[in-house]
Design a protein around this ligand. Structure first.
Ligand code: CS2
Ligand code: MN
Length: 357
């Protein structure tokens, strides 16, 4: 297993690579050019500069999260080939600098959705929270405005202000896109990019929809075992695979995570470890990585990777905000709880190693 850490870049992340170096056991940095909106060209010099910087601090730079997919590709408009060409150009450039895995998602309009980014917990920490009823009763614009407002100055991938200002236009553009159409457009995208991935040995790893059920009447195709099966069968190449995010799939209680990991083990290239506690009314809150705190059995999840896919890239996903770091950190991406997550994950992994017959 290769332990990684998601980092938002120099001047953009309050956590530095020198900070991260002091957390025991991190091999690689998961990075991106965070100023690039979907469809933008990634210049080779920028890629080289970022990779060399990460490597100069003693980390590998083999996983990129994300290269976002332009809405024209998901909607299937006439200009999609233009955006797919740009995507291919980025894949080739990243491969040239040693990137092995690209994490991305195929969710329409939004990346992850929450109703409160700093929900206070009884112990004084706070975390990302999802109130199901609220999402079904208000306009998407209300939620988007609230998220952008509470994120303050921080950039959040998938929640670019410029794009969300055009929310009505975007929703209208998706009007005729149902699950079937979205899958067709996905197949088209893969048919064009995957042969290039095979040439340059790049693994595309799609991230599940978060939350794992339809919201705001938008189509949603990466959210259960059956959906993952359908998505993988869109293209049988090994270069088309998954980012398995436990916290994204867990709010659907029917998602049996160890069973899902076992079934798709050889197509999972990147593991996100996140835990959530799901309430009876469908609300959920993100909790520490510890198994007993939420609905994700982190121990069983890790044991499944250990037995079926031991070389996977792994990272702690969202953490809570501790010791008042919410004043400065990006929602879900503070230092402390993710560092505790790394220690917990490695503790379990080391135990599994030591018990190996
Ligand atoms: C991430 C996702 O912060 C997160 O929840 O796991 O936002 C992920 O980066 C994207 O969906 C991948 O494109
Ligand atoms: Mn994730």
């Amino acid at each position: 297993m290769e332990m990684t850490w998601r980092w938002y870049g120099r001047g953009n992340d309050e956590i530095t690579l020198d900070n991260i170096r002091q957390i025991p056991g991190i091999d690689g940095i998961v990075w991106s050019l965070h100023d690039k909106v979907a469809g933008a060209i990634w210049e080779e010099e920028r890629i080289r500069d970022e990779v060399l910087y990460i490597q100069s601090k003693g980390f590998t730079a083999e996983v990129v999260e994300s290269v976002n997919v332009h809405d024209s590709i998901k909607i299937g408009t006439n200009d999609r080939d233009y955006y797919i060409d740009i995507y291919i150009d980025t894949i080739k450039k990243l491969a040239k600098y040693g990137v092995k895995v690209i994490c991305y998602n195929f969710m329409p309009v939004f990346d992850w959705t929450r109703t409160d980014l700093y929900k206070k917990m009884p112990d004084g920490s706070n975390a990302l929270f999802y109130e199901k009823k609220l999402v079904s009763s208000v306009e998407p614009k209300t939620i988007a405005d609230q998220i952008l407002l509470s994120a303050g100055e921080k950039t959040m991938p998938g929640w670019e202000r410029e794009r969300l200002d055009e929310l009505n236009t975007l929703f209208t553009a998706y009007k005729d896109v149902d699950d079937k159409k979205l899958l067709e457009n996905y197949r088209y995208f893969l048919k064009r990019i995957i042969p290039i991935c095979e040439e340059v040995d790049m693994k595309m790893a799609v991230h599940p929809d978060d939350p794992p059920f339809p919201i705001f009447g938008l189509p949603r195709i990466v959210r259960s075992k059956k959906h993952l099966r359908d998505v993988l069968s869109l293209n049988n190449s090994k270069c088309h695979g998954l980012t398995l995010c436990t916290g994204s799939l867990a709010p659907n209680l029917e998602n049996d995570l160890p069973a899902i990991i076992k079934e798709f083990a050889d197509r999972i290239y990147f593991a996100h470890i996140r835990n959530v506690k799901v309430f009876e009314n469908g609300d959920f809150i993100e909790v520490s990585h510890r198994a007993c705190e939420g609905n994700v059995d982190t121990v069983k999840v890790l044991r499944t990777y250990f037995n079926h896919n031991p070389n996977v890239y792994i990272r702690p996903d969202h953490g809570r905000h501790l010791w008042e770091e919410e004043k400065t950190c990006r929602p879900g991406y503070g230092l402390y709880d993710r560092a505790l997550g790394v220690a917990y994950i490695l503790g379990i992994w080391d135990t599994l190693e030591s018990e190996k017959p």
